[in-house]
Design a protein around this ligand. Structure first.
Ligand code: PLP
Length: 415
């Protein structure tokens, strides 16, 4: 049994370093999370003992590797409450999963004059695949807007989703605004109009309990690396009947049933969508990350982040010269907090915070249409995870205060 939070000093040795002569405070978790020793050990163990290609060999190592790969799938299945292992497809990550749906289901189902509805807060990964599909198919791409305090506007969702809508694709949790969107409600709205609901779970699965059956999403994609697994591994969940009716995404080894000179048939789910040698070690690392999070408890992850946000958000909102984007109510907020300092470029702010050992992200966060809607070119983003502490929050707030004073020579304009 993995010991929770209290042992993080040994679980996450990367966090024990100094950066620019200060103890590291890692607050770039929405970009990627650090890996616990258990995940690193699982990778090392696989390469030291079991490395072989899966599904192809009858020798002992191949059987061990295949068992570990398929066990990882089962772990993920239970973690997201998917009904069957056939509905869990290993991908490279969220981007790959969403492109898979757009290039197969979308290609098959969307026609000229149809509508695809997304939201203005989408990450480019859940925007460009639909935008390009709409261009290819002469379909219309529509956007659900935001309420005044930066939440998804559900009244607008009801207006945008119509009987002409074929696909609704919305993020479960925003990587900028820190809001959680009501996917269950959106799925109901989509289904009432004969459309499917595609959920982007990149910022949700690492931080909260996700039950894909309860949400009633038709497809749901997420990335391993944001939930402490290695990079290059992710998951696409899909309802079995939809997946079964979809054409393959890529062609090659592993995904065939029989190949003739002029035609081929496809193997069953989920392997129909796993062409070529997969990221075997990555999936095993993902299984270890699922074990780690399960042992810690997703309720505890959520509670821990909520406690930190309740301390951080109101103090940041109250700081003169700071603009916080998204809702200001901590109860409506995930551990993603995005802000700007008056008159300072976000990159300068992030660089100044790095000088204090505090790692945050600055930029458009792969959400340029959202930046335009917020009338910003870029923002600063601090994002929390289960290993962050109240001391980290204090360090961030102090570093922001010092940054303001440094650039403004001590005179900060009132809000
Ligand atoms: N969707 C959201 C909401 C994200 O935050 C991200 C990554 O930042 C992605 C999709 C893309 O994830 P990946 O780059 O792992 O494919």
């Amino acid at each position: 049994m993995i010991k929770p939070r209290e042992t993080h000093a040994t679980d996450f040795s990367i966090l024990q370093q100094r950066v620019n002569d200060e103890p590291l405070v890692y607050l770039d978790n929405a970009a990627t999370a650090q890996k616990p020793q258990a995940v690193i050990d699982a990778l090392t163990h696989f390469y030291q003992h079991d490395n072989a290609n899966v599904h192809r060999g009858v020798h002992t190592l191949a059987e061990r590797a295949t068992a570990a790969y398929e066990q990882a799938r089962e772990k993920v299945q239970h973690f997201i409450h998917a009904p069957e292992m056939e509905t869990v497809i290993f991908t490279k990550g969220t981007t790959d999963g969403l492109n898979l749906v757009a290039s197969t289901y979308g290609e098959q189902q969307v026609h000229a004059g149809d509508e695809i509805v997304i939201s203005i807060m989408e990450h480019h990964s859940n925007l460009i695949p639909w935008q390009q599909l709409a261009i290819r198919k002469h379909a219309t791409l529509k956007y659900i807007g935001l309420t005044a305090d930066g939440e998804l506007d559900l009244a607008d969702a009801a207006r945008q989703i119509t009987p002409r809508t074929k696909i609704v694709a919305v993020t479960h949790a925003s990587n900028v605004l820190g809001v959680v969107n009501p996917l269950k409600q959106l799925a109901r709205l989509a289904h009432q109009n004969g459309a499917v609901l595609v959920g982007d779970g990149a910022q949700a699965v690492p931080h909260m309990k996700v039950d894909v059956q309860d949400l009633d999403v038709d497809f749901y994609a997420f990335s391993g690396h944001k939930m402490m697994a290695p990079t290059g591994i992710g998951v696409l969940y899909g309802k079995k009947a939809l997946l079964a009716a979809m054409p393959p995404y890529q062609f090659g080894g592993e995904m065939i049933d029989f190949v003739h000179q002029q035609s081929s048939t496809w193997t069953q789910l989920p392997w129909k969508f796993e062409a070529g040698t997969q990221n075997i070690a990555g999936s095993i690392g993902l299984g270890a990350a699922v074990d780690y999070l399960t042992a810690y408890g997703m309720d505890r992850v959520h509670e821990r982040e909520a406690t930190l946000v309740a301390n951080l958000l109101p103090r940041l909102v109250a700081m003169p010269g700071v603009t916080v984007f998204g809702p200001h109510d901590p109860a409506k907020h995930t551990g993603v907090i995005t802000f700007n300092l008056d008159g300072l470029h976000p990159h300068d702010v992030a660089t100044a915070l790095d000088m204090e050992g505090v790692a945050v992200r600055a930029g458009h966060h792969c959400a340029q249409p959202l930046m335009a809607a917020l009338h910003q070119v870029a923002t600063v983003r601090a994002s929390l995870y289960l290993y962050n502490t109240q001391a980290d929050v204090e360090r961030l707030l102090t570093a922001i205060q010092e940054t303001k004073e440094f650039f403004n020579h001590g005179s900060v304009s009132a809000k």
